[in-house]
Each structure stands twice: as C-alpha cells, then as structure tokens.
Design a protein around this ligand. Structure first.
Ligand code: AP5
Ligand code: MG
Length: 216
C-alpha cells in the first residue's frame, strides 16, 4: 500500500507517519527530514536547501522529485510507503504519478489532515525533537513521561527546528495555501482523497487514519 499524508505545516503528518510505520510496516518518506539530513551533513545541495527551508519557501521540484525517485528504488520501501510532505504542488503530484507508473506502483489513498490555522502555529512553535532518536514532542500536547528524558531512547538532549519561528511558520502557511492546497483538488478529482479531522487528540487522529486505511 502506498499512501500520502497531506496537510499544512504542523497538522501532524510526521507524528502520524511514525505511528503508522510502527502499526503497519509501511515506510515513512519525509522530504522535510531528508532535506534536513542533507543540511546537517553539509552536502552541496544541503547548503542550498538550508536558506530556502529557513525562509519557509519550497526547495526546487527537481531536487525533491529526484530524492523520492531514488528512495522508491531502495529495498526497504518494498512493503509500501507513507509520503509525508511530498507532493507539495501540482507539478510534484504529476511527477509522482509518472514515477509510480514507471516503477509499476500504485497510489492507494491520500489522507488529508484538516487543522485550523491558529492550532497549527501553536503546534509548531511548541514542538521539539529528541536529538538521539528523532521522536517528536510538544511543550503542551505531547510531553515525555519523565521530564527531560525521551520515552523512546532515554536521550536527554532535544532540539527545535530553525524554521519553527512564528514568522517563518506564517510564510510556510501562505506557501501551503498558494501551492499545496491545489494538490487536494488534484487528488479529489482522482477519487483517492479522504479528509479526516486533525483537530482531535493525537490518538484519535491515529485511529481515524487506521480506519480509513483498514489497518488494525
Ligand atoms: P516539512 O518537514 O515537510 O514541514 P511541514 O510540511 O511544514 O510540516 P511539519 O513537519 O512542520 O509538520 P507536521 O505536519 O509533520 O506536524 P508534526 O507531526 O511535527 O518541510 C520543511 C521544509 O522543507 C519546507 O518548508 C520546505 O522548505 C522543504 N520541503 C519539504 N518537502 C518539500 C517538498 N516536497 N518540496 C519542496 N520543499 C520541501 O506535529 C507538529 C506538532 O504538533 C508536534 O509537536 C506534535 O507533537 C503536535 N501534534 C501533532 N498532532 C497533534 C494533535 N492531534 N493534537 C495536538 N498536538 C499535535
Ligand atoms: Mg513533519
């Protein structure tokens, strides 16, 4: 099964993709995480991408399409993927259709997480991640069981993303409305779109997605 999680910055794509990975055997492919890894590694295109990501604009289609195309050829994704943060405009959606056809793969479902703008800003500005294992937390909505200690790996160092400032989040939201919203219509017209309520608790969102994807 190949699935897209679609929705604005902070709607819960990464949180839910990681939970679905555990529950289903599908592999999360997050273009945002792959780009941040390239930035951290200091590769040439990582250096170029950093400025764009820090502004909250989109990295060029050629770069992200190539990243996804390469990943889809690797053995660990044979069980199916959860695309998180890709595609982000109609050109990327068309490129994905072409690459899936070339690789004899099928897109099963696009799950749109619907969340109000004010909640998005609160979610993003309160978000932080374990440096060791990457598990995501939130100051208010998802705290570690023991303060300052990661539930998953016991790590004690955490970071916040440089693009999670309120100013950059506002730009990321306008980019979403201008460029990514049309992708929703693109998939609606293909009959593969399922919209779920992303305003409820994290567990309840997971439950809704599992029902849509028939994962038990
Ligand atoms: P990317 O990393 O994809 O960021 P994004 O789409 O802006 O989304 P986020 O990762 O911020 O949010 P999320 O939906 O994953 O939410 P999360 O689960 O963390 O992209 C970053 C940048 O890379 C882009 O701006 C662009 O520059 C570039 N890029 C990436 N892909 C690209 C592409 N295809 N083309 C071009 N450029 C690209 O949740 C947020 C917080 O809320 C967490 O703290 C979580 O604990 C909390 N939370 C989650 N769900 C709930 C809930 N139900 N209730 C309460 N709190 C919740
Ligand atoms: Mg994310």
């Amino acid at each position: 099964m190949n699935v897209i999680l679609l929705g604005p910055p902070g709607c819960g794509k990464g949180t839910q993709a990681k939970r679905l990975e555990m529950a289903s055997g599908l592999t999360q492919l997050s273009t945002g995480e792959m780009l941040r890894a390239a930035v951290a590694a200091g590769t040439e295109y990582g250096k170029m991408a950093k400025e764009v990501i820090d502004r909250g604009d989109l990295v060029s289609d050629d770069v992200v399409v190539a990243i996804i195309a390469e990943r889809l050829d690797e053995a660990d994704v044979a069980g199916g993927v959860i695309l998180d943060g890709f595609p982000r405009n109609v050109a990327q959606a068309r490129a994905l259709d072409e690459m899936l056809e070339d690789k004899h793969l099928k897109l099963d479902t696009v799950v749109e997480l619907s969340v109000d703008d004010d909640a998005l800003v609160e979610r993003i500005t309160g978000r932080y991640t374990c440096d060791q294992c990457g598990k995501g937390y939130h100051d208010k909505f998802e705290q570690p069981k023991v303060d300052g200690v990661c539930d998953s790996c016991g790590g004690t160092a955490f970071s916040r993303r440089p693009d999670d400032t309120e100013e950059t989040v506002r730009n990321r939201l306008s980019v979403y409305y201008e460029q990514t919203r049309p992708v929703i219509e693109y998939y609606r017209s293909k009959g593969v779109l399922q919209t779920i309520d992303g305003m409820v608790d994290i567990d309840d969102v997971t439950q809704q997605i599992k029902e849509v994807l028939k994962i038990h």
